[in-house]
Write a protein that binds this ligand. Sequence first.
Ligand code: NDP
Length: 284
Amino acid sequence: MRSYRAALVGLFGSPVDENPTGVMEEAAFAAAGLDYRYMTCLVSPPDLPAAMAAVRALHLRGVNLTIPHKVAAVAHVDELSRAARLIGAINVVVNEGGRLRGDNTDGKGFLASLADAGVEVAGTAVTVLGAGGAARAIGVECALAGASLVRIVNRDPARGRALAGLLAEATPARAEYLPWTGTAPVPVGTDILVNATCVGLAPDTQTRPDIGYDGITAAMAVCDVVLNDPDSRFLAAAEARGARTVNGLGMLARQGALNFTAWTGVDAPLAVMEAVLRREFGIA
Ligand code: NDP
């Protein structure tokens, strides 16, 4: 018999009005012929417990979490992936018959976008600029994927040291914190350099992290998490020095694809998702 009840997923965050995830996921559901709806929900911090309870009460198949709920939502799920436990934040929940499983696919999306570009993480020295949510996800996933050394470069020493300490303690990788005062040098021996700060994010697309760009070599893979501009000034500077570059748009599409598969159990139409993001960000 035909079911008239679509599977429901969505996004809880504040603000969410300019978040294109729902458009991307709905296009993917349509392309895959799946009867799913994605609801983009404005949820204020005091309402997060009620919103998470509604995931069970309304039998949602799952949700995405974005700013400011990624850390607070951890307390509302029944189970966490290893990476999510280490990162201390989740961006996706899957509802398995009332049991909520939380994961963090930001770093996994990053790894997938590296793999798409033919960049191998195992055995490499990774330098991460930043120590916020994106940097934590990327640092943890690179360490779990076999990076031999992860260096964290951050302005706020407490945040930077905390992330490097976590990686050194809880993953097989070596990790160290490097202070970021003035123009931070790019550590010699870096194989993969990642801008995981918010520098360069729209509307400030003319800014780039204050680092010694002459330290970038053609042997490096240089990656940016900034998602709305695949030709960020950071990546342009790296490209000019012959480095291989990987942009944040692929990371965003890849994490969306992982979430799609976690909810539906089928492979995501990645090309459709990337095309939607390009259109929504006005990228030719
Ligand atoms: P957070 O606020 O958690 O962290 C911001 C980080 O940027 C901190 O380490 C902060 O350093 C650093 N920072 C800010 N301004 C400067 C500056 N002028 N110079 C040097 N460092 C600076 O943000 P998130 O980690 O959540 O997000 C970071 C970026 O990642 C955003 O652009 C976001 O859009 C992007 N992102 C992309 C995703 C994708 O799929 N492509 C997924 C998730 C996020 P300090 O600690 O010293 O203040």
